[in-house]
Design a protein around this ligand. Structure first.
Ligand SMILES: [Zn+2]
Ligand SMILES: [Zn+2]
Length: 418
């Protein structure tokens, strides 16, 4: 027996997954975001240039593809660890000039990390990007849209929108200095990890799990108190826009997002129901990323990534009216003898054209077929034997009431066409 690779999973029923993806698809498309697809394999350099050499993702979590043969010109390839860089590459490579470019894409991403509970080496993301939009109003549009999809459409339970503003790169540099001074002052108190992060990755000290550190950081300088005038104004505008759109949020000054290319808006949708890894969607502005990959294509941009598996964990199927309204009657078709297979195939085909789901059981005895139909939670069973075949009828059994009746084939089709 050969098993699936560690850290991967089989989806043996994609119904809910498809529902979530289709729902997002529908509302993103209505909001002007076009569906695109980029390759799952990309050159390693794309992520080295976009994420930075010193990030965990590039340093140790990439699936590098071993290339074969003697093709010396071949550039090293990897399985994409995230999707934003691919979208930006596609933007540059395809010479997109009608701006803003609003797009979304859904698919698997890969991380070569030690598999642990709730973490997979292959998982699914939706990425939503708006390239070539400078107004902070675009940020509000995106956040509002995501909130609408999560709350109103999908009806996700117990989540919160966390929001922060990182300012421009200059603000961040100045703030970093201030934070370093603060950490220097309290060097005796902070943990060893934070001492190391103080110089290498200063803003990440806020991710520290130590309660002593967390207690101290409550008194640390706050980024949004250290913004230049234009950024301070944009931060006020963003909050005003969201208030006007009735999007509730919590300000979290320590929310900095892992990557250096983020600036200004940073947000996460989190849920306490997800445990320690509580974010199921994160995003923000990345005005410098495109320039980083191709200076002459420089454009401001804002985007978000959604973890599909995590959204699925938060979906309360019972309460989700939109999902239950998609549930269609399930009709199981069973011929009473093998010689009526052609007749039942015809009935089956006619039912498929109706607004129902159909299952066909050709190998089962009547008794067995009925048992299977019950297991499948069928709403109806259609039986067909000699009498029915002669009179262009079927026997329709209602699995909920247990009642059964002869019914003309055309009447049956008529009944389920509604
Ligand atoms: Zn600024
Ligand atoms: Zn610490």
């Amino acid at each position: 027996m050969i098993n699936r690779p560690r850290g991967t999973q089989d989806f043996i029923n994609m119904e809910l997954f498809d529902y979530v993806v289709h729902t997002m698809h529908l509302f993103l498309q209505r909001s002007g975001f076009r569906h695109i697809q980029t390759p799952i394999i990309e050159s390693v350099d794309l992520f080295k240039r976009s994420l930075g050499l010193h990030t965990d993702v590039v340093g140790k979590e990439m699936f590098i593809i071993q290339s074969h043969g003697t093709d010396a010109e071949q550039v090293p390839l990897c399985l994409r660890p995230e999707m934003t860089a691919s979208v930006v590459r596609a933007f540059i490579e395809n010479g997109i000039d009608l701006l803003p470019w609003r797009v979304f894409s859904v698919g698997p991403v890969f991380r070569h990390e030690r598999p642990q509970k709730g973490r997979y080496r292959q998982f699914h993301q939706a990425t939503i990007e708006l390239i070539g939009g400078k107004s902070i109003g675009y940020d509000a549009q995106l956040i509002h849209l995501l909130n609408y999809i999560f709350g109103t459409v999908l009806g996700l339970s117990c989540y919160e929108l966390q929001l922060n503003f990182l300012g421009c790169l200059e603000d961040r540099a100045l703030y970093k200095k201030r934070l370093q001074d603060f950490l220097q002052e309290h060097q005796q108190v902070i943990c060893q990890t934070c001492v190391l992060r103080k110089d290498a990755n200063t803003l990440r000290v806020f991710d520290c799990k130590s309660s002593t550190c967390q207690e101290l950081y409550k008194k640390a300088p706050i980024l949004t108190d250290n913004l230049c005038d234009p950024c301070a104004l944009e931060w006020v505008f963003l909050q005003d826009y969201l208030h006007m759109l009735q999007v509730g949020f919590t300000k979290v000054p320590t929310l900095v997002r892992g990557l250096d290319y983020y600036n200004k808006t940073a947000f996460e949708f989190v849920s306490a129901n997800l445990g320690a890894q509580s974010a199921f969607c994160g995003g923000g502005r990345y005005d410098s990323l495109i320039e980083q990959l191709s200076p002459k294509h420089s454009q401001p941009a804002v985007g978000a990534g959604i973890g599909i598996e995590r959204v699925l964990l938060l979906l309360d199927v019972e309460k989700n009216k939109a999902y239950s309204s998609l549930q269609k009657p399930l009709i199981v078709c069973i011929p009473l003898k093998a010689c009526y297979i052609p007749n039942i195939l015809l009935v089956n085909q006619k039912l498929i054209a109706c607004n129902v789901q159909v299952e066909l059981l050709l190998d089962s005895s009547l008794k067995n077929g009925m048992k299977k139909a019950a297991k499948m939670m069928a709403t109806h069973v259609v039986l067909l034997g000699q009498e029915e075949a002669e009179k262009n009828m079927v026997m329709l059994k209602d699995m909920v009431t247990g009642l059964q009746k002869h019914i003309n084939l055309d009447v049956l089709i008529e009944q389920f066409s509604r």
